[in-house]
Design a protein around this ligand. Structure first.
Ligand SMILES: [Ca+2]
Ligand SMILES: [Ca+2]
Ligand SMILES: [Ca+2]
Length: 130
């Protein structure tokens, strides 16, 4: 039978695609960086309110598909609290919610979010708490 030859061919094909994938990954090494590393623009090792709010507004504009400056029911991500409970989140409300969340996460109150604080906030969120 030709199973051996077929296996060799399959392996060669797999190896080829693996190499291609590895090369593609080299171009995108940021997958391993933490949230804080990505958002920390001034390199002080934590995310201050301004860095966080910049990130929040970038995220807002990504979610605002029709670019009308507010998130409607179809654009609000699942689990996001709607402050006014009116089915619409304007940027201002989004930013305010972010600031509150930031203050909540900054458990040592130094005005800057360390990775440990982000992790703690995520763990609390996963448990359904605030
Ligand atoms: Ca910083
Ligand atoms: Ca919108
Ligand atoms: Ca802090």
């Amino acid at each position: 039978m030709t199973t051996v030859a077929m296996r060799v061919a399959v392996l060669a094909a797999m190896l080829g695609s693996c190499l291609g994938a590895a090369q593609a990954q080299d171009k995108a090494p940021r997958s391993t960086s933490t949230l804080v590393e990505r958002l920390d623009r001034n390199g002080n090792g934590c995310v201050d309110l301004e860095e966080g709010r910049n990130y929040a507004s970038r995220r807002f504009h990504r979610l605002d598909k029709n670019a009308d400056g507010k998130l409607d029911a179809a654009e609000i991500p699942a689990g996001q609290r709607d402050g006014g409970d009116d089915g619409v989140i304007p940027l201002e409300e989004w930013q305010d919610a972010y600031s509150q969340r930031f203050a909540h996460l900054d458990s040592n109150g130094n005005g800057c979010m360390e990775q440990t604080e982000v992790d703690a906030g995520r763990a609390a969120h996963a448990n359904g708490g605030q």
